[in-house]
Design a binder for this molecule. Sequence first.
Ligand code: HEC
Length: 116
Amino acid sequence: MKCISALTVAITLAPLIFGFSVVQAGPPAPIAIHSVSVELPVSRTEFPPGPGSDLSGKCLICHSASMVLKQPALSRAQWTAEINKMRHTYGAPIDDDEVDKLSLYLAKINADQQTH
Ligand code: HEC
């Protein structure tokens, strides 16, 4: 009984296995690659003025201001950590003596945003 069922399975599957492999053996269908055009939204969000805003342009080298302005409430220490992450992980060209000024600016505009 076991032998019959194994044979039945083999007979049933054979055409499937060999049938498919014969179908797939032909030349692969050509892949057509077309150029597409996409329009990405332009971010018009700008950093607000204030002491330290002159350095904020450095944050725009890699991403929009919204990446910075849409953050939840962060402390100055957290902004310092964020700036250092940008410097050390992503290579942001921010000097040691600019970190304090920037973190003060970012903490202030971030706090202003939370109250509006
Ligand atoms: C050298 C490139 C570069 C510069 C310059 C840069 N960033 Fe970033 N930043 C990144 C990358 C990459 C990410 C991660 C983006 C993602 O996850 O999609 C990021 C993400 C962020 C985020 C989102 C939270 C996070 O940690 O992923 C914040 C906030 C941020 N950056 C703040 C800043 C600020 C503030 C400045 C300027 C002081 C700055 N960045 C400058 C590359 C940069």
